[in-house]
Write a protein of this length. Sequence first.
Lengths: 341, 328
Amino acid sequence: MLKRITAAAAAVALVTLGFSAPAQAATKPDCSKAKFKIGVVTDLGKVDDKSFNQSAWDGAKAGAKKISGGCATYIETTDSKDYAKNMALFADAKYNTIVTVGFLMADATAIAAAKYPKIKFIGVDQNNSTTNENLTGLIFDEDKSGFLAGYLAGYLTKSNKIGGVLAAKEVPPVYRYGQGYINGVAYAAKEQKKTIKTVVVYHEVGATMFSDPAWGATTAGQLLSQGYDVIFGAGGGTGNGALAKVAKKKGAFCIGVDTDQWFTVPEAQPCLVTSAMKSLSEGVSDLVNLASVGYSTGGEYKGDAAIAPYHALASRVPAAVQAKVKALTPKVLDGTIKTGV
Amino acid sequence: MKEFLTKRNSFIGIIVLATAFLYSKDGSITTSVVSTATAFALPLALAAMVGIMCERTGIVNIGIEGTLLTSAFAAFFVSSLTSNILLGFAASVAVGSLLGLLLAVMSVSWKMDQIIAGTIINILATGLTSFLYVQGRTIPSTFPEYDIPKLKDIPFFGPVLFMHGPLFYFGIFVILSLYVALFKTTWGLRSRAVGEHPSSADTAGVSVARLRYINVAIAGAIGGLAGAFLSLELVGSFERGFTAGKGFTALALMIFGRWNPLGALAAAMFFGMTQAYANQLMIDQVVQIPTQFITILPYILTIIVLAISAGKVRAPAAEGQPYEKENA
C-alpha cells in the first residue's frame, strides 16, 4: 500500500513539474497589476518560433512600451480546441486588448469580440467581415513579398529549378506566399526569356504543420538532390528546418519568411539571401497603440510587405540583379504590377 | 515455396518491383526519392526500436516521443554550449538512458500503470524542453555526410545507402544488432521470455526486474541516438516541439513490423517512401489532384496496409503488467 502511495505521489509531483515548468519561464511577464493590459494568444506554435508568432509578440511588447502603464503577456495555444478558452482567460481578467495570432483563430476571435464588446481585439492574419467595431483584422499582402522573393530567385538560379518548402496550403497567408513566389519566378523567367521550373511542396495540414523541422529538412534535401538551387522555406519551424538543410549545400540559396530570418535563424546564414517579410511587429504595435487611446478601426487593417536585405550574401547577388529588384519593389508594393494571386 | 510466399514477402516483393519499374523510367528521380525516404525512415525506425526493446520485455513505452524530444534537446544544447558535437551526442544518449531508467523505476519498482508512466515522460519532456529552451544558439557544425568513395558511385544504391552521416550508419548497425541479439542470443531469449511469461522466466532463474531495468535503459539510449540524429545530423537545429509526433508514429510502425526490428525497419521504410513519393507528386505536378489528398497519402496507405496485415499480429503476452512474485 505504502508503495502505491509513494508511486502516486511521485507521479503527481512529476506531472506538476511538467505542467508548471513553462509557466515559470522568466520571460513571461505578469500583467495583473498593470493599467493597460495586452494579452497575446498564439496559434498552434510557440511565441519564440522565430517567425510569425514571435513577430506578433514582439509587436505587442513594443506597443506596450509606448503606453504608460502598458504591459503585455501571452498564452501559447497547444490545441486548437483551446482558442476560446485562452481568450476567455484574458477577457475574464479584464485585459484591455487581446491580440490573437493566426488565420485559424479568425472565427473564435469574431465570437469573442461579440461577447466582450468593451475589449479591443486585434486578429493577426485574419480577414474580418464582421461589423464589430472592437475587432480589427491585421492582414498583409504576403503574395507581394513572395513575388519579390521569387523574382530575385528567378535571377539567382543557375539550374533553372526553384523550389519551396511550405507549411499547409490551407492556411491562406502560406498559400499567398507560395503562389506569389511562383508567379514572381515566372515574371523573372519571362524577362529573361527562359524557362524556369518552380515547385512548392506543402506539409500536410494539422497540429505539426508549423513545427516539423525534420520534414522541412528532408524535403529540402529531396529538392536539392534533384538540382533545385534556390529554396524558399516558409512556415515556422518547418520552414526553418528547410533553411538549415539548404545552408549545408554549397552554392545553394535559401529564402526565409515573415521576419528577417538572418537574425532569427543564424544557422541559415550561409544560404539566406533574403526573407519574404511582412511587418507584423509594426502592424501589431500600431494597432495596440490605437487601442490604448480607445480607438479601433474595425474591419481590416493592412500592414506592410517587403523583402529583407541581402546581408553578407550581397556579394553573391550581381549588382544588375540588385538594381532590378530595387526597381521592381515599389511597383509590386503599390500594385502597378499584379502578383496574380 | 509455399513458405516463401507469405503475405510479408509478397508485400516486400511488390515494393521492390515497383521501385525497379520506376527506376527504369527515371533513374535519377527514383534514386533521389528513395534516398529521401531513408532519411524520413531512420529516425522513425530507431524510435520503433525503443518500443520493441521495451515491449519485448513486457514494458509498454508510450513515452518515446518525450525521450526523442528531450534527447534531441540535450544533443543540441550540449553541443552548443561546449562547441563539441560528440559531447552533445554523448549527452543525448545519457539523457535517453536516464529517461529509460525513470520509466523502469515507475513501471518495474513502483508497479505503476505503464501508460501513465509513459505519459509522465511525455509531459515532462514538453515542459522541460520548453522551459530550458533558449533562442538564437547554434551548433559549430552538424555531423558530416560522407560520400564513401567507390561505393557511392554504384548506381541507385550509392546515393541511397552510402552518402549519409555517421549517426545514420550507427543507427542501421543498432537495428541489425538488435535483431540478432533478440533472436539469436541467450539475452534475447531471456528478454522475450520475460515479455511473454515472466513467471516461467523467473522459475528458470532469470531476474525479471533486473532484465527489465537493463532493457528499458538500453531502449532509452537508442531513443537518445534517434534524438541526436534529428538535431545533430538531419536538421542541425532545435525548435520547441521539434519531434512533431515521431514517437507516436513509431508505435504504429512497431505494431506494423510485428515487434520485429527488421519488420519495423521495413515498415518505417514503407512510410518514408510514401512521404517521399507524396512530395514527388507535388514536385512533378503530373497529376492535378488537390495537395490535401497527396499529403494524407502516407497515412491512408499505412492504414490500408495495417488493415490487410492485421489479424495475425500479436503483442508480447505480458506487456503492460507489472510482475509480482507469487507467494507460494
